[in-house]
Design a protein around this ligand. Sequence first.
Ligand SMILES: NC(=O)c1ccc[n+]([C@@H]2O[C@H](COP(=O)([O-])OP(=O)(O)OC[C@H]3O[C@@H](n4cnc5c(N)ncnc54)[C@H](O)[C@@H]3O)[C@@H](O)[C@H]2O)c1
Length: 356
Amino acid sequence: MAKIAIIGTGYVGLASAVGFAQLGHDVVGIDIDEIKVQKLTSGKSPIFEKDIEKFLVKSLKKKKITFSTDYKKISKAKFVFLCLPTPQLDDGSADTSYILESSKLLSKHISDSATLVIKSTVPVNTWKAVKQVLNRKDVLIVSNPEFLREGTALEDFFKPDRIVVGCEVEKKAKEVANLYKAKNAKVVFTDNTSAEIIKYASNSFLAIKLSFVNEIAAYAESTDANALEVLHAMGLDKRIGKEFLKPGPGWGGMCFPKDVSALKESAREKNVPIPLLDAALESNLKAHARIVKKIIDALGGSLKDKNVAVWGLAFKANTDDTRFSPAISVVELLIAAGAKVTAFDPVVKHVQLSLK
Ligand SMILES: NC(=O)c1ccc[n+]([C@@H]2O[C@H](COP(=O)([O-])OP(=O)(O)OC[C@H]3O[C@@H](n4cnc5c(N)ncnc54)[C@H](O)[C@@H]3O)[C@@H](O)[C@H]2O)c1
């Protein structure tokens, strides 16, 4: 069993920490948020995620997991995972400052010949910048992007479709892959840079697919066609696949919007623009407005003083994450159009609206 440190205990970090502890590893989770650390230590999950609290309590009882705000507590870990935020900056690129600041701090505390694993979604060549600020010849950097989906985070952790491990040294990559004990997962061993791109390319492909689905659904609805039958029949073609063919109010969450923007910016910097990404972003904004237009049409052309109920506020079902939620955009557009909105979500406790 390995000694593992997880830096950042948010949606990805907590699922990974609890998952690794359940597999029998000794895990310490580090976060700068004191309240979060206190909650986790007392067996309470700060996020809504299926089974996470159950596994958290089990691992706390077995003393397989601890939490702290103190970076010194990582000094015994042989594998240190960075699960820190990489939010979108104003120009669309990804903010890597959390990763780099944390790596600087880790430099003082990480044990000899430990492995630093980047699990956050990071722009191309971030691993080189991490290597530079870490400034520790004995520590290898492994790029191991995370693909879990909120709502099924633990299921995805224990049974991933694939595990991507990028590293200059094959032996180290294998050690990281083995930590997951995922017998049936396909493991892709590659270089660090390819691993970084695989994550952005995967999320961007899915976002483009959803934008196309929403546009085809809107087009089909403008004719006599049945949009759902059109999409179902498309999905029967193996090259297209059945997944991600459901139309909706647009994609959102803390990954797709920022990852599409970051890839777009990164490609532009390299002078290889990807216009499909611009189209997907623009199309997604139209998807929010399209839903509101449907409601306006259904209510006789105006929403002034109309009561509208909204069911669901998170960016998808089975999570409490409202970051970049299309439902919130729809609520804001409804209010702007004069509607009185009553919204309900079984797990979201509060939301921040930006009303003009
Ligand atoms: N949320 C997802 O579904 C998902 C899926 C795959 C990949 N990712 C990627 O994983 C990364 C993390 O995403 P997330 O959704 O878990 O983020 P999050 O915001 O939920 O969690 C980040 C955590 O890091 C903590 N933190 C911030 N600065 C810190 C520091 N200096 N030291 C220690 N802790 C610190 C925060 O307090 C927070 O608890 C991002 O790059 C994201 O793109 C997210």
